[in-house]
Design a protein around this ligand. Structure first.
Ligand SMILES: [Zn+2]
Length: 282
């Protein structure tokens, strides 16, 4: 099992005030990930507004609160921007679809990029804050002229396995009270002893939500899934891995967030020399 080696880092993004963008860094098997989160302080730019497709704008316009409409637009733009960065295409070239696994309906549920089955995406919005993630499985190309070039397995000219999107999930929430029922007994004890129990509980909650969005956990299983880890000094804290997924979190500005990616991506058939790495782009 790979251990995530470098700490997540925060990078400033353009825009007003204490804008947060984020990227983590880690090692695993050839996964390239873009993660961003940022506050939403007002309506989106016309450029971002223009990224949304008609069904998304219709759904957004049904939201009653202006803040909810702004967050919806920002999140749906942000996830395109994450994927655009990985694919090297303009965000405006990407279309998002959502399909509900429960009712089969469109416009809600797990998001996917139209025409890019190799890219996993997830997005989240809460009051005044949004977050998005995109990930693609890559292989190191043995090309001396392009050292360490990373190319999607589904790139043209590669007779690789059929593309499959890495199962990713991201969640951002305002710090809040979390029902005991979604925590294990060990987690409840850790939360009760924490300096800020609500922040501690929310940090566990968003990890579980990220795992749910990645399809690794059912909503009915939250109270049985422990996402606490014990470090070398014997201190408990939010886990950096669970259920075969790497977990990373952040906090600040009154929100707590977390995202998950598969710890080890699908293996390329017959490949033995691909470098073991996840590369995170900010
Ligand atoms: Zn549904």
């Amino acid at each position: 099992m790979s251990r995530l080696s470098r700490p997540a880092r925060l990078t400033e993004r353009g825009g007003g005030g204490a804008a947060l963008g984020a990227a983590g860094a880690a090692d695993a098997d050839g996964l390239r990930v873009a993660v961003r989160h940022e506050p939403v302080t007002g309506p989106s730019s016309p450029e971002r507004e223009g990224l949304l497709a008609a069904p998304e704008r219709e759904r957004r316009d049904r939201l009653l609160r202006p803040a909810d409409r702004a967050a919806y637009t920002a999140a749906h733009a942000l996830v395109r921007e994450c994927a655009a960065e990985l694919l090297g295409v303009p965000a405006a070239a990407l279309d998002l679809k959502q399909t509900c696994s429960a009712c089969g309906g469109a416009g809600h549920g797990r998001p996917a990029l139209v025409g890019h089955p190799e890219v996993g995406v997830s997005l989240s919005h809460t009051d005044g804050h949004v977050a998005a993630i995109a990930a693609v499985q890559v292989a190191t190309v043995p090309d001396a002229t392009v050292p360490d070039a990373l190319v999607p397995l589904a790139a043209p000219g590669r007779s690789a396995a059929p593309p499959s999107a890495p199962a990713v999930g991201i969640d951002v929430e305002r710090v809040r009270e979390v029902p005991d029922a979604v925590l294990t007994a060990r987690e409840r004890a850790w939360v009760a002893a924490a300096p800020d129990p609500h922040a501690a509980a929310t940090s566990l909650w968003v990890r579980k939500e990220a795992l749910v969005k990645a399809g690794a956990l059912e909503l009915t299983q939250l109270g049985g899934c422990d996402v606490l880890d014990t470090d070398a000094l014997g201190d408990d804290g939010p886990a950096s891995a669970a259920l075969g997924h790497a977990l990373r979190g952040w906090s600040g500005d009154g929100v707590v967030g977390a995202w998950s990616v598969p710890e080890v991506g699908p293996r390329r058939p017959g490949a033995g020399q691909s470098k073991s790495k996840i590369e995170f782009r900010s």
